[in-house]
Ligand binder design. Structure first.
Ligand SMILES: [Zn+2]
Length: 470
């Protein structure tokens, strides 16, 4: 698998530290408002990445935080806590706001076929971990206390701007919000690890700490939640390009200062969704959400298809005209797939060869546009319909566009094979092939992957059957 690495600024072969296993971390949402479809583009492409890694045979552990405290209105640690702003706006408590928008976020994800990461943890659940790491940073001389807050001293790290490739002055402009500079900082780029003092003294959620009652900064969350579940080394860290500075830059600085070694080898960033005027802003015009698209009659998966048609490293321009076009193309495609008959035997060699073709596209820096053309190649191929359906079901485990739908057939009461059945059959056949050619690792991998999805293979003298857990 080849991926663009923001850290080295090149497309590289992705090699996790431990063979076959990937530890992946994703910055989660700040749950103070509905998610904008631009943010959801990021989660969607991270979902494709995770599924592509699994498709390529890796075992993936994916962790995501939920920011429910400490993310101020400017990413540069100034302004008011976004959660508190949300609570004031809706006259609710911060916890009520967090619960409501967390559920709304996962409901949007479900509509877009974005899988929930293996571990999701709220910042408010990890306060002891934050305190322990901050204490460690103070002990090692990478942090200092000034006027009640604990700050990270960026002048103590070697290559603070490694991820951005730029140096200080120009970047600080990008930190957003025209707020006054914090006079307690030693260096302009220092950031808050723990707040006890803020101009806004009505912060709802506060905890005891060695430095007084307060709350954590935003950046420390991700480092600690990642270390808690993935240990000292992370293989790949993902987020939107907005997160490169200051958020991810700060994560690297504090994690490596605390651990005393390199922390994460690959950094994966997804570009913005723009409108025709430039970057989409939450403050101007319509606030674009999945619900809004639904209310206008769009299937949320049309938005997924729209995003997959372009590369994650390019800004994507959103307009309703472009979405309409994607919708027409998508529906035509679904129509062609629906007309395939389900008879015939699956040609496993063909499915296997197609797997390679699909991996060639998706494994080439996640070229989803090329992966979409694989759908057309399958439809045009010189093979029977059952094989085409098996291929489509197979690649849909990454694309997640519900390409093979079986509701109509079921309504007619015809006992035909579902997409899942076709996929399992193709995998059983591939496993038999693998065993024949003494590739037991692949055979076991297929069995284990199905097992993880609740599908147990049963080998009998007559061949392999399976059971599905409820
Ligand atoms: Zn983060």
């Amino acid at each position: 698998m080849k991926l663009y690495n923001t850290l080295t600024k090149t497309v590289e072969e992705f090699i996790p530290r431990e063979a076959g296993k990937v530890k992946m971390y994703t910055c989660g949402p700040t749950v103070y408002h509905f998610a904008h479809i631009g943010n959801l583009r990021t989660y969607m492409m991270e979902d494709v990445l995770e599924k592509a890694l699994r498709y390529a045979g890796y075992e993936v552990l994916r962790v995501m935080n939920i920011t429910d405290v400490g993310h101020l209105s400017s990413d540069g640690d100034t302004g008011e806590d976004k959660m508190l702003l949300g609570a004031k706006r809706e006259k609710k408590t911060v916890l009520e706001i967090a619960e409501f928008y967390k559920n709304a976020f996962f409901s949007d994800c479900e509509k877009l076929n974005i899988k929930t990461p293996d571990i999701v943890e709220g910042a408010t659940q990890c306060i002891p971990e934050f305190i322990k790491t901050i204490e460690g940073l103070l002990e090692k001389g990478f942090a200092y206390v000034a006027d009640g807050n604990v700050y990270f001293d960026t002048s103590k790290v070697q290559d603070y701007y490694a991820l951005t490739g730029h140096s200080s002055e120009e970047l600080m402009v990008g930190v957003r919000d025209d707020v006054t500079e914090d006079q307690s900082k030693k260096n302009k780029s220092d950031f808050v690890l723990w707040f006890t003092k803020s101009k806004f003294d009505d912060q709802e959620l506060k905890w005891d700490s060695p430095w007084g009652v307060g709350y954590p900064g935003w950046h420390i969350e991700c480092s600690c939640i990642s270390m808690k579940h993935c240990g000292e080394y992370l293989d790949i860290h993902c987020g939107g390009v907005d997160n490169i500075f200051p958020h991810h830059t700060n994560e690297i600085a504090q994690s490596e200062a605390y651990l005393g070694h390199k922390w994460c080898n690959y950094w994966f960033h997804i570009h913005h969704l723009n409108d025709e005027t430039g970057k989409m802003s939450k403050s101007k015009g319509e606030f674009l959400t999945v619900s809004l698209l639904e209310s206008k009659g769009y299937d949320p998966l049309v938005y997924r298809f729209f995003c997959l048609q372009s590369h994650y490293r390019k800004p994507l321009v959103f307009s309703y005209e472009a979405l309409d076009q994607a919708s027409a193309t998508f529906n035509k495609l679904l129509g062609r797939i629906a007309r395939l008959s389900r008879d015939g035997e699956v040609d496993c060699d063909f499915v296997k060869a197609n797997r390679e073709r699909f991996l060639g596209a998706i494994g080439n820096d996640l070229n989803t546009a090329l992966a979409i053309t694989n759908i057309y190649d399958i439809l045009k191929a010189n093979t029977n319909d059952a094989t085409k359906l098996a291929c489509l079901a197979d690649i849909d485990s990454v694309l997640s566009l519900n390409l093979v739908r079986d509701t109509e057939e079921k309504a007619e009461g015809v006992a035909e094979k579902t997409a899942l059945e076709l996929e399992i059959e193709a995998l059983i056949a591939e496993r038999a092939e693998a065993k024949k050619s003494r590739n037991f690792a692949r055979a076991d991998q297929i069995r284990d992957e199905l097992k993880a999805r609740g599908i147990t293979l049963v080998d009998t003298r007559e061949g392999t059957t399976y059971t599905i857990d409820n």
